[in-house]
Write a protein that binds this ligand. Structure first.
Ligand code: UT7
Length: 324
C-alpha cells in the first residue's frame, strides 16, 4: 500500500514580539489575567510589509531544505489559511512562484484553525491515488490583520506564523509499525458558524464586522468535547490505544483547553507539545509550528507515534495519527 511519510518540516515566526505587558498598555487587561486564562505570555506579529505568503515562503523553504527534495519535484502545494494575501489569486500560487515549484499545482484550503489537519488529510488522499508523490502542506496566518486591537476579549489570543510539512509517497505495509500517516479524520458542523467568525474582506455587506467575533465560552466547551471525541475515534479506527501515543501535538489555542482535553483523554501532560505560551494561537499554523519546534528540540524523534488534533471556527475539527 502507499503511505504518506513526513519527509521534512519547517516553521517561521516573525521577528516582532508583542508581550502581554505590551497589550496591557493598549487595552484594559493584565499579564496575570491573560496568563491565568490562556497560558499565553507573548505572540509574534508580522511587520507591515510581511504578508501571509511571506511567512509561508520562509516555512516552506525550511521544510524543503530539511526534506532534501527540490521545489521542482513538488506535485502539489496546499496552503491552509484564513488570512490569504488577497481574495484571489490564492496565496498558494504566490508561494509556488516564490519557491520556484514550476511543475506543481497549488491551491488554498480554508478550514480556519483546523486547516493544517484538513490539509494533511487532503494531501494524504491525493498521495493514496498514486498520482501525486510529493506534496507541500503549509499552514500560514497573519491574524494580527483581522484582530480588533481594541477588543480585549480576542486581541490577547492570537499571533502570526507559518509551518510546513513535505509529504512523500512511500510503498509500505498496511500496519501501524512503518512510518507515515496511519489514520486521519476531519469533521465540521456549520450550525456553530456564528460562534467564531470574521467577515473581513468577504461577500458580507456589514462594514462593522471586519474583525474576529467570538463567543469564547461556547468555543471553549466545544473545543474540549470535539477534540476528545475525534481523538478517540481515530484511535479506535487505527487499532491503537492512547498509551501507544508518544507525543500529542494539539492546536495551540489555550493552555486550559489543552489541559482539559488531555485530562478527559487520561493523557499525561508531559507528553503534550506546548508552544501556546510563546506563540499564542496562530490558527492553521499552530500545529506544524509546534511539531517542527519539537523536532528541532529533539523531543520528537523518527519512529515516534504522534497524535495531531485541531479545532476551529466552523466548527471544524480533525485528528491525524502518524508515525514520524
Ligand atoms: O481556535 C479557537 C480560538 N478560540 C479560543 O481558543 C477561545 C476559547 N475560549 C477561551 O479561551 C476563553 O473563553 C477566554 C480566554 C477567551 C475568556 O475566558 P473566560 O473565562 O471564558 O472569560 P469570559 O469571556 O467569561 O469573561 C470573564 C470576565 C468578563 O468580565 P465580567 O463580565 O465578568 O465583568 C470579561 O469582560 O473577564 C473579562 N475579560 C477580561 N478581563 C481582563 C475578558 N477579556 C479580558 C481581558 N482582560 N483580556
Amino acid at each position: 500500500m502507499i503511505k504518506s511519510i513526513i519527509k521534512g518540516s519547517g516553521s517561521y515566526l516573525p521577528e516582532k514580539v508583542l508581550t502581554n505587558h505590551d497589550i496591557a498598555k493598549m487595552v484594559d487587561t493584565s499579564h496575570e489575567w491573560i496568563f491565568e486564562r490562556t497560558g499565553i505570555t507573548q505572540r509574534h506579529i508580522a511587520s507591515d510589509n510581511q504578508f501571509t505568503s511571506d511567512l509561508a515562503y520562509e516555512a516552506a523553504l525550511k521544510a524543503i531544505e530539511s526534506s532534501g527534495i527540490h521545489a521542482n519535484e513538488l506535485d502539489l502545494i496546499l496552503l491552509a489559511t484564513s488570512t490569504p494575501d488577497q481574495v484571489f489569486p490564492s496565496t498558494a500560487v504566490k508561494v509556488q512562484h516564490m519557491i520556484g515549484a514550476k511543475e506543481s499545482a497549488a491551491f488554498d484550503l480554508h478550514a480556519v484553525c483546523s486547516g493544517f489537519v484538513y490539509g494533511l488529510t487532503t494531501a494524504n488522499a491525493f498521495i493514496k491515488t498514486g498520482e501525486y508523490k510529493k506534496i507541500l502542506v503549509i499552514g500560514a496566518e497573519t491574524y494580527s490583520r483581522i484582530i480588533n486591537w481594541k477588543d480585549r476579549s480576542t486581541c490577547i489570543l492570537f499571533g502570526d506564523g507559518a509551518g510546513a510539512f513535505i509529504l512523500e509517497a512511500a510503498e509500505s505495509t498496511d500496519d501501524n509499525l512503518s512510518a507515515g500517516i496511519l489514520k486521519t479524520r476531519i469533521k465540521s458542523d456549520g450550525q456553530y458558524a456564528d460562534k467564531l467568525y470574521c467577515n473581513g474582506s468577504s461577500s458580507s455587506n456589514d462594514e462593522d464586522d471586519r474583525y474576529i467575533q467570538m463567543n469564547g465560552r461556547e468555543v471553549y466547551k466545544h473545543a474540549v468535547e470535539k477534540q476528545t471525541s475525534i481523538v478517540n475515534s481515530v484511535l479506535l479506527s487505527s487499532g491503537l490505544t492512547i498509551d501507544k501515543i508518544d507525543w500529542f501535538v494539539p492546536h495551540q489555542a489555550n493552555l486550559r483547553i489543552l489541559d482539559a482535553t488531555a485530562k478527559k483523554l487520561n493523557f499525561p501532560k508531559e507528553k503534550i507539545i506546548i508552544t501556546v505560551g510563546e506563540h499564542a494561537n496562530t490558527s492553521s499554523a499552530s500545529i506544524p509550528i509546534a511539531m517542527d519546534c519539537a523536532i528541532k528540540d529533539g523531543k520528537i524523534k523518527r519512529g515516534d507515534v504522534i497524535m495531531l488534533v485541531s479545532f476551529g471556527s466552523g466548527f471544524t475539527w480533525g485528528a491525524t495519527i502518524l508515525r514520524y
